[in-house]
Structures are given as C-alpha cells and as structure tokens.
Design a protein around this ligand. Structure first.
Ligand code: DAK
Length: 263
C-alpha cells in the first residue's frame, strides 16, 4: 500500500490516509487501497475502526482536483462510483467507524467523514463542500448525508454557499461530536474506540445496523428491524455473559470487562 497505513491495537484498528503532500486528497489509487484495506480487516479481532489523515494539517482535502480535471463524462461517472462504493462500504461496515478529523475535511473529505458513524475533530479542523464553486455538485454523497447529519436548511446553506466552517461551528451544528486540541485527538479517538470495543460485539454491530437500516424507512418498519436485531442477540454468549454478570450481583465482576466472544 502506498497511501494507506493500517495499525491494530487493543481491538481497535486505525486506518490513516497517507498522502500528506497532497493534503491526503482522494485519487483513484487512494480509493482502491482504502477499499482493499477495509476488505482485509479481521472482524474476529477488530471491534472498532478509526479513520484519520496523515500529518497535522489535513484529514482529507477532497477528491483529487488534478485527477478529476481531465475526466470525461464516463470517467467522471466511474470515479464517482468508485468513491461512492468505498464510502458506502465504510457506512455499512459491520463495526463502528470513528472519523478523527485532524484538519481540512473539504468536499470528498467532509463526505468521507459523514460515511463514518462518529466524527470528532481537532481545533484546526475545517469543513466544507466547495463543489458549487468548482462547477460540480458534491459527488460522494454530500447532498444526501449532510442533510441527514445536520438540519436540511444548514446543509443547503453550506452546499449552496460553498463556505468553509471551523471546528467550533461544526460542533455547534452537530456535524462533529467533540473538538479536541490537536495532540489529544488520536488519544481521545482511541479512548472512545476502546470503550466501544469493550461492549458486546454482537450487540454493538446490531445497534449499528438497526440505526442505519431503521433511518431508511418508516417507524413501523424500523421497529420491526429493531425487533429482529434485538432477538438475534439472544442465545449468544455475549448476551449470556452480559446479563449473567449483572444477575450475579457481584459488583466487582459486574465492573470487570466481560470476555465477550467475537461474532
Ligand atoms: N486535490 C489535489 N491536490 C490538492 C488538493 C485536492 N483536493 N488539495 C490540496 N492539494 C495539494 C495542492 O495542490 C498542493 O500541492 P503542491 O502544489 O504542493 O504540489 C498541496 O496539496 C498543498 O496544498 P496548498 O499549497 O494549497 O495548501 P494551503 O495550505 O495553501 O491550502 C487548502 C490548503 C485545503 C485550503 C487548499 O489546498 C485547497 O483549497 N484545496 C482544495 C480543496 C477543495 O476544493 N476540495 C474539494 C475538492 S472537490 C465526484 C465525486 C466526488 C467529487 C467530485 C466528483 N463524482 C461523482 C465524479 C468530490 C469533489 C471534491 O472533493
């Protein structure tokens, strides 16, 4: 891999987009390597992913404008599909994905962060969908996901104006869950990931699926999705261990990390 770093520690894998000279812009090769990296994640040992960018300036400064500038219509469509497929793979990845946004998250950079379950950022992060100024629409799901993550009116304002916003505003509108000094971002992402990883893996996966799938449908159908995924947790070792510890009323044991089996 030329542009992706992959590291596993304490049931948490960190994927770093490593193209700092171009502020980690997404070209075809980055997208292909990211796709292959996701396919290779060992879901028996990894329970949470962190996605970040190399360097201290940029998470992802968007799709590669140099590469895009010469695309034909057909090539543009193929590039869009490549991005959309890998972003969707992240969004529907069986385990939670935390975007640790360490600087610019523009265009495709903002969009890839919105394919993740949780977004936290450093104080120097900058978000925006500058596409309207470049003569295109957001092409990696920005028109759809931004309107689902923040209010519709706010999404429209950001996209129509192509205006960038800083970390504090991103926090205020709910685009990110927390803002940290740059040096604390990765430790905080790891702490959050470990907290998630300590919970029952089948339950966490089913929660992700229930939330994602339920948001795509009406409430009655969504509750049926939840019932099914709730039911699927029963008779698993995770459920037996989790509830068993509580019922034993052994406070020490209850607080202890339950040795949950992987799915
Ligand atoms: N693409 C390619 N190279 C980039 C880049 C990008 N998006 N952003 C930065 N770079 C490169 C710069 O060209 C420069 O390279 P060298 O000149 O050193 O070789 C290097 O990174 C450092 O950048 P700067 O010198 O510009 O650094 P500054 O600190 O002065 O400025 C900046 C940082 C982030 C404000 C600036 O670089 C900037 O405005 N970058 C572009 C940001 C942007 O507009 N991003 C959105 C791209 S549009 C589609 C699907 C998806 C998309 C489109 C279509 N289809 C369905 C087909 C997505 C579109 C986008 O993401």
């Amino acid at each position: 891999m030329e542009f992706i770093l992959y590291e596993v520690k304490d049931m948490v894998a960190t994927i770093t987009i490593n193209r700092p000279k171009a502020l980690n812009a997404l070209n075809s090769q980055v997208l292909e390597e990211l796709d292959a990296t996701l396919d290779a994640v060992d879901l028996n040992t990894v329970r949470c992913l962190i996605l970040t960018g190399a360097g201290d300036k940029s998470f992802v400064a968007g799709a590669d404008i140099g590469e895009m500038s010469t695309l034909t219509k057909a090539e543009g469509e193929a590039f869009g599909k490549k991005g959309n497929d890998v972003f969707r793979k992240l969004e529907t990845f069986p385990i939670p994905v935390i975007a640790a946004i360490n600087g610019f998250a523009l265009g495709g950079g903002c969009e890839i962060s919105m394919s993740c379950d949780i977004r936290i950022c450093s104080e120097n992060a900058v978000f925006g969908q500058p596409e309207a100024g470049l003569g295109i629409t957001p092409g990696f799901g920005g028109t759809q996901r931004l309107a689902r993550v923040v209010s519709v009116g706010m999404a429209k304002q950001l996209i129509y104006t192509a205006r960038n916003i800083k970390a504090d505003e991103a926090y205020r509108i709910g685009l990110v869950n927390a803002v940290y000094p740059a040096e604390e971002l990765i430790p905080q992402a790891e702490k959050l990931a470990v907290t998630i990883a300590k919970n029952a893996p089948i339950a966490v996966r089913n929660c992700k699926k229930a939330i994602n799938d339920g948001l795509q449908t009406d409430m009655d159908s969504a509750l049926v999705i939840e019932e099914k995924l709730f039911g699927d947790c029963f008779e698993t070792e995770d459920q037996k261990a989790g509830m068993g510890n509580f019922l034993e009323k052994d406070k020490e044991k209850k607080l202890k990390v339950v040795p949950f089996k992987n799915c």
